[in-house]
Design a protein around this ligand. Structure first.
Ligand SMILES: CC(C)(COP(=O)(O)OP(=O)(O)OC[C@H]1O[C@@H](n2cnc3c(N)ncnc32)[C@H](O)[C@@H]1OP(=O)(O)O)[C@@H](O)C(=O)NCCC(=O)NCCS
Length: 164
């Protein structure tokens, strides 16, 4: 594994175009092979759709030498739950621990604001993503049908309940 310097911080409004490029590039590379053509969206998000999402979720970026190499967002859900959204690492930077660092950062922020649970939805066919989240401690909560198969809802408790 090659190490490199990076910082993780909340995204700024002027990061929008770079973030969008990462989401659309990494999504195309990863999901085109598993989502049937008639359902595959390319690009996944327009600038307007992305800006709309920033109103209901907080985006974080991982910068290396002032270039954004990875993005992820956290969305507040009911029941002290945060949903991990849009986790994308640029193809050249994958498998170097960036995704793990970014999701771990989201979980830390979630604890700081008092959330108890994190969840994420991913395509059952995205075996790499399921493996990634399981390694981070997420486990299967339910299966949700989509037009070509199933999405998986994975959950992780942020606090360990202890008997006093
Ligand atoms: C999935 C993704 C976010 C993981 O980020 P990453 O920085 O590459 O992952 P890490 O280096 O932190 O990997 C941690 C572990 O996850 C698993 N993993 C990550 N990528 C994997 C892959 N392509 N195949 C199999 N396992 C994988 C491995 O267990 C890995 O540990 P290891 O490298 O010691 O074997 C990233 O590869 C990505 O952006 N993929 C394309 C988009 C995507 O699928 N996003 C998730 C949408 S829900």
């Amino acid at each position: 594994m090659t190490m490199f310097d990076y910082v993780i911080e909340e995204a700024q409004l002027n990061d929008a175009r770079e973030i969008l490029l990462i989401i659309n590039t990494a999504n195309r590379e990863a999901f085109r092979s598993i989502i049937p053509e008639e359902h595959f969206r390319e690009p996944l998000l327009s600038l307007d759709e992305f800006l709309e999402r920033t109103k209901r979720m907080t985006f974080y970026v991982c910068r290396s030498k002032s270039r954004i190499v990875s993005v992820a967002a956290i969305e507040l859900r009911s029941g002290k739950t945060g949903r991990v959204q849009h986790v994308y690492v640029l193809p050249d930077y994958q498998r170097r621990g960036v995704g793990t660092a970014l999701v771990t950062h989201l979980e830390r922020r979630a604890r700081e604001i008092g959330l108890h649970t994190m969840e994420v939805v991913t395509d059952e066919r995205a075996e790499w993503a399921v493996r990634f989240y399981k390694k981070l401690g997420y486990s299967l909560a339910s299966k949700i049908e989509n037009p070509w198969g199933f999405n998986l809802l994975l959950k992780k408790q942020l606090y360990v309940k202890r008997d006093i």
